[in-house]
Design a protein around this ligand. Sequence first.
Ligand code: ADP
Ligand code: MG
Length: 258
Amino acid sequence: MSAHDKAPIVRAVAVGKRFGAFQALQGITVDIPVGEVLCVIGPSGSGKSTFLRCINQLETVTEGALWVGGELVGHRRVGNRLHALSDSEIARQRLKTGMVFQHFNLFPHMTVLENLIEGPLRVQRRARAQVIAEAQALLARVGLAHKSAAFAIELSGGQQQRVAIARALAMRPQLMLFDEPTSALDPELVGEVLSVMRDLASSGMTMLVVTHELGFAREVASRVMFMDHGQIVEIGAPDQVLLEPRHPRTREFIAAVR
Ligand code: ADP
Ligand code: MG
């Protein structure tokens, strides 16, 4: 069975998001199958973060319908009616996704290992010994096994972002959302974070990555999606979108970023 035979991890059908009168997202229709790495590019203010935040329920969709991991986000269907979920049910749905932000948001007063085990122990109430073993394996995977006792502020930005990725993975998400994970880093630290993301992609993780790193997108993405003014302008194979964009707005954006 190929990945495409399974239900998509994300299904967005005509998703819109309004902030008052302002339409931040409009008519977003896309499926993200299991194992896909979808890179999202587009100018500042085009709605990239808002789309990720809707998937993670940091924002509520105002139009259309969004499914994550086979469940309608924020709602439950009972017969022909939709019921809004409670906060605790939303929190449970949110655990399907791990999110990595531009600013790493680690807990500064905790060690690296404590940062990783906090969620699995307190939120998921999993067994301590197993959580620690898994956290150590994840730190090894991001090349930071030797930093498990360090505090976040003792690490470089690149190391902190790798810890943030490991911390998100420690919750065993079905989907990883990355919102410009290297945009706040000094240029010499970008490569180590992209390398961890590349490994994660080859391990089969489903990933939605907002990035201006077009080289990474071309190499790692299954598809690239270009957004502008809250809409999907084009989506397709990396080489098609990045090298032979169909839409003039995509062409202009790519020329400007390079
Ligand atoms: P991007 O990530 O592509 O730079 P965003 O998704 O952050 O864009 O924002 C898309 C648009 O929605 C922007 O014009 C932004 O100002 C607006 N927006 C985002 N969040 C809010 C909010 N909470 N209230 C009002 N407007 C918002
Ligand atoms: Mg953004």
